[in-house]
Structures are given as C-alpha cells and as structure tokens.
Design a protein around this ligand. Sequence first.
Ligand code: NDP
Ligand code: A1CAB
Length: 245
Amino acid sequence: MRVTLLGHGRLGSAIAEGWRLTGAVSDPTILTRAVPPVCPPETQALVVAVKPAAWREAVAPLLATLPVDAVVVSVMAGVLADDLAAAAPGRPVARVMPTTAVAQGQGVAAIWSADEPARALAHRLFDPIADTVDLDEEAMLDAATAVAGSAPAFFYALAQALAAAGVEAGLTQDAAERLTRGALRSAGSGAGTDASLEDLIARIASPGGTTRAGLDALVDADLNGAGAAAVQAAVSRAQALARGD
Ligand SMILES: NC(=O)C1=CN([C@@H]2O[C@H](COP(=O)(O)OP(=O)(O)OC[C@H]3O[C@@H](n4cnc5c(N)ncnc54)[C@H](OP(=O)(O)O)[C@@H]3O)[C@@H](O)[C@H]2O)C=CC1
Ligand SMILES: O=C(O)[C@@H]1CCC=N1
C-alpha cells in the first residue's frame, strides 16, 4: 500500500518504525515541516499524526496533491471525522487511536470509521503493528483514548508513585526504580497472555499475603475513584479538543 505519513513526532515515528519492523508498509512518504507538503500521486492513505491544534494548517497544503480516492486516517485525539472530511472533501475518513508500542509491533489500537472500505484500510495499516479493537461509534474513541492512548502514562505514573513509596520504605532511588520498572515489565508480560485481569491478580495475591494487603489498601485509598477521575478527565479533554478549545 502507498502511504503518506504526515507528522513524524512521538507517535508518527513509532508508527513508521512499526511498519518498518513488520514490513507492513514499505517506504512510506514521510512529511515533516522540513520537506515540501506534497503527496505522491499514488497515495492510497494519508495518515495524519500531528497535534490536534496543528492539523488544519498541516493538511491544507496537501489537498492539491492528495488523490480524491485516498483515505484520510487520523490518529489524533479529539479531531472529529466530520471536520476531517470537510477539510479533505470527498476523501473517506477513518480514525485510529493507537499506543506508541506500535513501534515494536505490540501496540493496541481502537479503530472507527463510518465507511467500511476506509475501516478495512485502517485495519491493513494497524493490524500488523497492534491489537486492533473495532468501535461502533465515533464518540467511543474518546474513552479509547483514555484507556489506551493515554493509559500507558497512567501506568507509569502509578509505577512512579510505587517507586517513591519504596524509597520511603528504605530502598535507594536506583533500587526502587529498577525494581518497579521490572514489576511493570512483569505486569506487561502477563497482560500479553489470554488470562483475565482478575486471574492475573489472583495468581499473585496469595490469600492472607502481602499483595492482598496492598490491594485492599489501594481500594481503601480510592483506586477506583482515581481510575475514574483519570478517564473522565481525558475524555473531557478530548471533547474540548474537538470543540477547538
Ligand atoms: N504520543 C502518544 O502516545 C499518542 C499521540 N496521539 C496523537 O498523535 C498526534 C501526534 O502526537 P505526538 O506524536 O505525541 O506529537 P509530536 O508533537 O511528538 O509530533 C507531532 C509532529 O507533527 C509535526 N508537524 C506539525 N506540523 C506539521 C506540518 N505542517 N507538517 C509536517 N509535520 C508537522 C511536528 O513537527 P514540529 O516538532 O516541527 O512541530 C511533530 O514532529 C496527536 O494528535 C495525538 O493526539 C495518539 C495516541 C498516542
Ligand atoms: O496526550 C495526548 O493528548 C495524546 C493522545 C493520547 C496519548 N497522547
């Protein structure tokens, strides 16, 4: 497939790296500010990976060369398909919300499009580099952004809090950080299996043991409230971005 990738920052470069690693897309045209804004005439998909505040200015100069049958695939949080379609008239639009682990071919990506061929094209681009999850409604992308796109940072923040508490409990900073990062990797390897999250927890939490004590303390400290607050705040921010705030 002939792909033009607009934006080569944290996510754009991760997507390009995943395509290179898996061979899913060979030789994409990568548009940065440093190269002329021109789509090759054979472009079948324009993947837009710039910041929500920058996309209109970035897409506008491409319209002259973007084929009318190319699909616009946005990985941007809070940019509505109707707005993309209005900016690139006639082109079908798909929206994808990936994580940066696409760089290793191990991301997760929510996919939505009102147009079935565009959805299928988005799958061709992201199935090789992510576990793809189809969404029925565009509005669900905001929740997917919270629990997927943003969530790795939430897990890192929890790991940071645990490491800080480990230092309080007597570990050196270096030991606390290495041990906590290793624990995060261990959690990630469990998450890569078919086991349910409930089972993964049960495998570690011996009855009457340290893990159960810590889990109970997390719930007492309103773990569920903290998770809900993070998701609601991220969803609200995506909705605000969609309004142009
Ligand atoms: N980072 C993540 O984990 C995730 C990000 N996203 C989405 O991905 C999008 C990009 O985010 P992220 O990669 O973090 O942001 P970055 O700022 O890292 O990357 C954006 C890139 O777009 C470039 N850019 C801006 N304007 C133009 C232009 N006119 N032509 C070509 N390139 C341009 C920027 O260049 P310059 O630096 O010169 O301005 C920059 O390299 C966002 O919309 C975000 O919502 C979605 C899921 C996860
Ligand atoms: O923080 C952001 O807005 C983007 C979207 C999901 C992850 N990063």
